[in-house]
Design a protein around this ligand. Structure first.
Ligand code: TXA
Ligand code: MG
Length: 585
């Protein structure tokens, strides 16, 4: 389905009463608005207006073959939407609404076919989210909404996730903060005597059975620990682009502070039992695939032990998402979709994720995680999910508490063509892959820069026109404003990472300023420090070897731009990691 960018999508803050009223008015006019709920964000339209509902499918980029849930602000709206309320449905509504449950009932004629994909039942949901409730009340109509993700990507649990997928395609996004539950609602078919759980969620089968005093049935969902036998179309939702591998936690370790100095042997053993599978698996992956990058979706105990025990090379390949206490399935559920998105954004090849085996919420968590781990590949549209359309400048700064800046410096001899190329390519990468936040704190934004200087440079010379033309042709960017600059201690101090073109330059700087050890690398030694070793045909280690192209040698300029682009593209995730930043999501 063709997606058209036709909106200047409004991002409305939760305290903006006028904005929420405007979004509600837009719904009544037939527009699509994304709104927060306690489970995940929804992509809503007036459920009584078929034309409005069709816009949801356009924005989501999927055909309308899956029934949508109808969201209400008040239980009194139910009678108009359904033909009958069975005793089971009544009991579920009384016990769990408002809350993370969708109750399927026989639909009335007031619900157009496009909402339910032509079937005779409709799912009704009343979220328990203050901002959502205010919005639905103001809208006045029942609001049909699927999760607000682009088809194929994980459900959104923050307004920025929605912006990443929907910016330009819908009227507005209401920011209600992070979704508390983090997994979609429990879907229960209550048209018969015995409720059938179609999708597990935070309202668990145990809770339902207790209220209804029956044994509910469980259709279609995977049992905890079970991995889909034949991964197929069914599993393509919730999926990040990379491979996901589940490492089931062997035991409940309870509450252990991994930073504590006086851990007894039993506690140490427990910590080791949960962390070591991650360390072993990650090491194995790096051994087999030295260029692989690994995302770790795990609890704080695992992350902390991993950081202590992993060697530098292994750690440089790993990106961590710490969801909270390792054995707290609520925390793991809350963070799951954000974790999948954040790690995917760091361009990891594999995510190793904590798995749970058990009942209650663990069933819903494992259901979503197993789907993410199910094979995806070609099924998943990557367009838009890369998130490149959202830039730091588009993100309201009040979403961040702080901003820090960090920069990488490229050193050549003359800081003419090579310097301008390095700086230009890195600046392009930063712009293309932004925005960034602090590695440890997603509430701190990171502004990243690239600079260049030359050991033997004279100040104020521009690279030759021809060299600039080549760069423009190969990258689309203009570097003609570049002026050479002499390297020196003040330049080194002003930057956080220094990369030289060749080994001699790095040696030279470190000889003169030994205190810069750990901050200065040649491109080759930087790669080696990350275990990124490329062997040539003769089996010897290939190193980055570049010299300042002669300015009228177009071929040499073309070769230099291509080579630098290739190297810096590979090194980019490592560089931003060393700058203390990661891609924001
Ligand atoms: O938590 C949630 O349920 C979120 C928020 C936005 O409310 N919504 C959501 O919608 O997850 P969606 O469209 O991504 O998933 C709805 C699920 C689908 O698997 C759909 O097949 C099922 O509910 N469903 C909806 N109506 C149904 C019906 N009448 N019969 C059977 N399944 C239905
Ligand atoms: Mg969905």
């Amino acid at each position: 389905m063709e997606r058209k960018k036709i909106y200047d999508t409004r991002l409305i803050s939760r305290s903006d009463e006028e904005g929420i009223a405007d979004a509600a008015a837009a719904i009544r006019r037939g527009e699509v608005v994304a709104f927060p709920t306690e489970t995940v964000y929804g992509l809503g339209a007036d459920a009584t207006d078929p034309q409005a509902v069709s816009k949801i499918f356009e924005a989501k980029g999927r055909p309308g073959d899956n029934p949508l849930i109808v969201h209400i602000a008040d239980k009194s709206q139910i009678d108009m939407l359904v033909r009958d309320v069975t005793p089971a449905a009544r009991a579920l509504i009384d016990a769990f609404m408002p809350g993370p449950i969708t109750v399927i009932m026989n639909k009335s004629d007031a619900v157009p076919d496009i909402v339910t994909a032509g079937i005779g039942t409709v799912g009704i949901r009343m979220p328990s989210h203050e901002v959502c409730n205010k919005f639905l009340k103001l809208a006045g109509c029942p609001v049909a909404a699927p999760s607000a993700n682009l088809s194929g990507s994980p459900s959104p649990t923050t307004a920025l996730h929605v912006m990443n997928d929907m910016d330009g395609y819908i009227y507005a996004v209401i920011d209600g903060g992070r979704s508390e539950v983090g997994l979609e609602s429990t879907v229960v078919d209550a048209t018969g005597d015995v409720p059938v759980i179609l999708r597990p969620g935070a309202v668990t089968s145990e809770m339902i059975d207790e209220v209804l005093n029956v044994k509910s049935e469980y259709a279609g969902a995977l049992k905890p620990g079970e991995v889909p036998a034949s991964p197929g179309m069914k599993y393509r939702h919730y999926a990040p682009r990379c491979e996901v591998k589940i490492l089931t936690l062997p035991q409940d370790i309870g509450d252990i502070d991994p930073e504590s100095d006086d851990l007894d042997d039993d506690k140490k053993q427990k910590l080791f039992s949960v962390a070591s599978p991650f360390i072993l698996e990650a090491s194995k992956i790096i051994k087999d695939r030295p260029f692989a990058r690994i995302g770790i979706y795990a609890g704080s105990e695992v992350v902390s032990l991993f950081r202590k025990a992993g060697d530098q090379i292994l750690l440089s390949h790993c990106e961590f998402y710490d969801y909270g206490k390792t054995c707290d399935v609520k925390a793991a559920s809350h963070g799951l979709f954000d974790g999948m998105r954040v790690l995917d954004r760091q361009e990891v090849d594999v995510i190793l994720a904590s798995g749970f085996k058990g009942s209650g919420l663990e069933v819903a968590y494992m259901n979503r995680l197993s789907k993410a781990a199910g094979k995806k590949g070609e099924d998943v549209p990557s367009a838009g999910f890369d998130g490149t359309q959202i830039r730091i400048s588009d993100i309201p700064l009040d979403m961040f508490n702080n901003v820090f800046t960090a920069s990488v410096l490229f050193i050549s001899d003359e800081d003419l063509i090579l310097g301008a190329y390095c700086e230009g390519i890195m600046t392009d990468l930063i712009r293309r892959k932004g925005g960034f936040c602090s590695q440890d704190d997603m509430n701190t934004a990171a502004e990243l820069y690239a600079e260049s200087a030359g050991l033997a440079a004279e100040d104020g010379y521009a690279p030759d026109r021809k060299a600039c033309d080549v760069f423009k042709a190969k990258t689309g960017s203009d570097i003609s404003h570049h002026l050479s600059r002499r390297a020196g201690v003040s330049v080194y101090d002003a930057n956080d990472l220094i990369l030289t073109i060749n080994d001699e330059q790095a040696f030279g700087i470190l000889n003169a300023y030994p205190e810069l050890t750990g901050k200065v690398y040649s491109l080759s030694s930087y790669m080696a420090s990350k275990g990124l070793v490329i062997k040539g045909d003769d089996g010897r280690v290939a190193s980055v070897s570049l010299t300042e192209p002669s300015e009228d040698d177009t071929d040499a300029c073309v070769h230099t731009v291509s080579a630098l682009k290739a190297w810096l593209e590979i090194l980019f995730p490592y560089i931003i990691k060393d700058l203390g930043a990661r891609r924001f999501c």
